[in-house]
Design a protein around this ligand. Structure first.
Ligand SMILES: Cc1ncc(COP(=O)(O)O)c(C=O)c1O
Length: 432
């Protein structure tokens, strides 16, 4: 069989890829949940492992021809085990939400009470938001943040004691501070709940030692692999203990059985064949995560984020919690007489992507919230450092204070364009 290159086989799809590459090269990506997968990760994902069915787990498959998939999946698992110093890893979740779904499926029965951070206060959909399965099939009793924007552990403890949840989540999608995993673990222990840490956003920071790790505190840890890990769009679940061999048919829901329960929840509970091509990408990302370059870049993610926060604070912006400890800033822009949507649109004009976002206790509706969420993973991954962060902070501030001034928009657009040229991403031809 003779194959044509994508540009000839499907010019329309090829053009979409070319245009997206150009958009990514020529703008500053400041959506904190995004990152750049390396050409090596992209190459592994786009490999012939996409052809292979491998239901089951290494050495326990339901299909033949597994010599290479077993080797590959084991490499990914062993790398994650080594990095996090945990006993058991499942690399098959199709993404972060299915990984979280597997935790519910493994540890809870329908109707059980579960507790996570309120979406409106920064939590994730899958932690008990009322429109999500996690609140439709379980009783969700969310916790939030205090007046200062920090997680209010008195509130978390009071709700946990009153509601006696089966499962408590730590982790969020718009929380600019470090998590006190120890405090969550203590509360979970007090009320006899399982404690799950969702480190989707901060996994790279944890690997790099610039953010607390939940290992040793959480009963189970979930993550995406496409945010600060810079891997393919997928998920991962980590825990301690070992899965039974063979997987017991109906293990009791106990801490000792968590590895078996998780594996059974993923397959055959929720998923069929694992995406081995994606697992190939995860393996490569985990190898890259063990380099000094990865660690240094994660350090710079936090450094640059703090610098941008300082610039914005100096100009009177209202940052939730008054700053940041991590890779993101959550900012209420209404004191500048604009909405989150208007801020997002104004920054798009200067080729900076951020997302509109609700702020804690937001009086505005979800489609037009009061804030924006912005972050620095992609800036640091392009090699930008303190000096560039200062420039970008000023650009953002000036643009948001002058959303109707075309001269200022034009000036800042030029600055952003120059930065993109000076710090190129995907500059070779390997991703074209
Ligand atoms: C904390 C957290 N958990 C889980 C997810 C879900 O990941 P996915 O979008 O891959 O389903 C996200 C995504 O934004 C997240 O921020």
């Amino acid at each position: 069989m003779q194959y044509k290159p994508l540009s000839q086989a499907d010019p329309e799809v090829h053009q979409c890829i070319v245009d997206e590459l150009s958009r990514q090269r020529n703008g500053l990506e400041m959506i904190p949940s995004e990152s750049y997968a390396s050409p090596a990760v992209l190459r592994a994902m786009g490999s012939i492992f996409t052809n292979k069915y491998s239901e089951g787990y290494p050495r326990k498959r339901y299909y033949g021809g597994q010599v290479n998939t077993d080797k590959l999946e084991t490499i990914a698992i062993e790398r994650a085990k080594k990095i996090f110093k945990v006993d058991h890893v499942n690399v098959q979740p199709y993404s972060g939400s299915p990984a979280n779904l597997a935790v519910y499926f493994a540890l809870c029965k329908p109707g059980d009470t579960i507790m996570g951070m309120d979406l409106k206060q920064g939590g994730h959909l899958t932690h008990g938001c009322k429109v999500n399965f996690s609140a439709k099939y379980y009783k969700s009793v969310p916790y939030g943040v205090g007046k200062n924007g920090y997680i209010d552990f008195n509130q978390v403890r009071a709700i946990a004691k009153r509601e006696k949840p089966k499962l408590i989540w730590a982790g969020a999608t718009a929380y600019p501070r470090e998590y006190d995993f120890k405090a969550f673990a203590e509360i979970a222990k007090e009320v006899g709940a399982f404690f799950a840490a969702d480190i989707a956003h901060i996994i790279g920071l944890i690997i790099s030692g610039v953010h607390n790790s939940p290992v040793g505190y959480a009963d189970v840890i979930t993550s995406t692999t496409h945010k600060t890990l810079r891997g393919p769009r997928a998920g991962m679940i980590l825990c301690n203990g070992n899965a039974s061999e063979p997987l017991k048919p109906t293990p009791e829901i106990t801490k000792e059985n968590i590895p078996t329960l998780i594996d059974k929840a993923i397959f055959p509970g929720l998923q069929g064949g694992p995406h081995e091509h994606t697992i190939a990408g995860i393996a490569v990302a985990l190898k890259e995560a063990q380099t000094n370059e990865f660690v240094e870049s994660n350090r710079m993610i936090i450094k640059t984020c703090k610098i941008i926060a300082e610039e914005l604070l100096e100009d009177g912006f209202n940052l939730i919690t008054g700053g940041t400890d991590n890779h993101l800033i959550l900012m209420d822009v209404t004191n500048k007489n604009i909405t989150g949507q208007e801020a997002e649109t104004a920054l798009e004009k200067i080729n900076i992507s951020v997302n509109k976002n609700a702020v804690p206790n937001d009086p505005r509706p979800p489609f037009s919230p009061s804030g924006i969420r912005l972050g620095t993973p992609c800036l640091a991954m392009r090699g930008m450092a303190e000096q560039e962060a200062k420039i970008i902070g000023k650009c953002i501030s000036e643009t948001l204070r002058n959303t109707n001034n075309s001269q200022i928009i034009e000036k800042n657009q030029k600055i952003v364009n120059e930065l993109c040229l000076k710090f190129p991403i995907y500059s070779g031809r390997e991703v074209e």
